[in-house]
Design a protein around this ligand. Structure first.
Ligand code: FRU
Length: 494
């Protein structure tokens, strides 16, 4: 049953979303139909297609009462818009349908598990509960038994007002659904709670899977829990993090904890804590598993801290990252662009073993929608070079710089000259492997963003790029002498 609130949102997005010109959006990154987008939600396989929902406020380019926007795709590159799936139209979600996840039920319906928010005003304390909606991939009915998880399901000392972002999965081994849900203890410190259910409607508390203990930020949002080979992986997004070396920056971060999970005792033993993305715009990622067993992650390519700064006259704001395939190698999280992207490659330009000294414009390579790989090695017999920079989105006014320094083993992303008329952080550094001056950087450009995959996905740096599209040059600059291989493909999705 469609409520008036949902009907109004669907009419509004159709009318105003269709006004937005295709080339005023990224070519293959998901943006809202119209208005505001934050977290990816319900990223899942349903009926043989990939569905993605998103935190959505159609009526402005600012965060507001949360709806769920909806898109789907066959190949994770070319997306099709669907009407908004959820609107805040019930007493238990009157303040918003916050983040959540999706699963296909045995009867062929799709179940959405999301957070309903209620009563956040001066007179009433905010309550967050977990709620269910069931549908056919297009229209969803909220379950009459909602909410399905409330404060009553929480152990003592856990928060009824910070209780959100359930991520559901089916566990074949004991034939149960499980969900990880974000919460925090009385001291404000984040935690991830595990719940289980036989049918995805009736839920019970299982255990506290992980705890922040005031070490990695405060509240932990948007948990996801899955295995990659024989490693178990917990990813979540802490608020109020204090910087830790180059690994974690101040503010909202994304953390990956690898470890061992015992499916019988539900105990998770932490082994390694690492960052997921070292760039400027990345938050609240969610994963799915494809039918051929690949674990794919998609994130919100935006930082909360800079989300009030948007391009003038924007009709949409907020976009997703390119979906990335995850692997674990020697305990390390590796991320690579989904292989389906190659189906959209056109106009290859490549050269090998070119000597570069100083500044060089790549005159036969330009554009803002491309897949560009540059491999650098030191010149034999020469002194190790000081640094190597790739400039993207370059013209006489603008350029975004990606600089590798072999001495310090760092890559610096610098968007100082990338059109942000605000006093915001414009640089961030990633620690990279000590490799005697050899490095590979694969850069995915899509009009308003750049995602840099370093050394075959050992580090990733994501950033929005709101410069004019005519800033489309690519150049390099070697302080010293290097050997360079370049392989460029335009990406063309029509
Ligand atoms: C993370 C988050 C979630 C919440 C949603 C609200 O970005 O704060 O915890 O569900 O955004 O839009």
């Amino acid at each position: 049953m469609k409520s008036d609130i949902l009907r109004k949102a669907r009419e509004y997005e159709k009318e105003h979303g269709e006004e937005i010109k295709q080339d005023h959006r990224p070519m293959f990154h998901v943006t809202p139909y119209v208005g505001w987008l934050n977290d990816p939600n319900g990223f899942s396989v349903y009926g043989g297609e990939y569905h993605l929902f998103y935190q959505y406020h159609p009526y402005s380019t600012s965060w507001g009462p949360m709806h769920w926007g909806h898109v789907k795709t066959k190949d994770l590159v070319k997306w099709e818009r669907l009407p908004a799936a959820l609107a805040p139209d019930q007493e238990y979600d009157e303040q918003g349908c916050f983040s959540g996840s999706a699963v296909e039920l045995p009867d062929g319906r799709q179940l959405l598990l999301y957070t309903g928010v209620k009563g956040k005003d001066a007179t009433s304390e905010c309550r967050q509960t977990q709620c269910v909606a069931v549908g056919n991939g297009l229209d969803y009915d909220k379950y009459e038994g909602n909410p399905v998880l409330t404060a009553e399901n929480l152990p003592n000392g856990y928060s009824p007002s910070d209780f959100r972002d359930p991520k559901i999965w089916w566990e074949e081994e004991d034939r149960h659904y499980y969900a990880v849900v974000a919460n925090r203890t009385d001291d404000g410190s984040g935690s991830i709670l595990l719940f289980s259910s036989e049918d995805a409607f009736r839920w019970e508390f299982v255990t506290v899977l992980e705890k922040c203990n005031n070490e990695y930020g405060k509240m932990w949002e948007c948990p996801d829990f899955f295995s990659l080979g024989d490693t178990d992986v917990l990813i979540f997004s802490p608020q109020e993090m204090e910087a830790v070396g180059m690994e974690f920056h101040n503010g909202n971060d994304v953390v990956c904890i690898t470890g061992d999970y015992d499916k019988q005792t539900h105990e998770f033993i932490r082994k390694k804590v690492q960052a997921v993305d070292y760039g400027l715009d990345f938050y609240a990622p969610q994963t799915l598993c494809t039918s051929d067993g690949r674990r794919i992650l998609i994130g919100w390519m935006q930082s909360w801290e800079t989300s009030t700064f948007k391009p003038k006259d924007a009709q949409w704001f907020g976009m997703m990252t390119l979906p990335r395939e995850l692997q674990i190698k020697e305990g390390k999280l590796i991320q690579t662009p989904i292989m389906e992207l190659k189906q959209y490659w056109e106009n290859q330009v490549s050269y090998e073993n070119v000597q570069v000294q100083g500044y060089k414009k790549l005159s036969d390579i330009s554009g803002r929608t491309m897949d560009l790989t540059i491999h650098i090695s030191p010149e034999e017999g020469a002194k190790l070079y000081d640094s190597f920079t790739i400039y993207i989105g370059e013209n006489k006014d603008y350029r975004t710089a990606i600089t590798y320094s072999p001495d310090s083993n760092t890559v610096l992303l610098d968007r100082t000259y990338s059109g942000f008329p605000y006093n915001v952080i414009s640089k961030r550094e990633a620690p990279v492997r000590n490799n005697a001056g050899e490095i590979t950087m694969r850069i995915i450009l899509d009009r308003y963003s750049a995602e840099i995959f370093i050394n075959h996905g050992e580090q990733v740096m994501s950033t929005c790029l709101y410069t004019p599209q005519c800033a489309d040059g690519i150049s390099v600059d070697a302080k010293g002498t290097v050997r360079m291989d370049v392989d460029k493909h335009d990406i063309v999705v029509s």
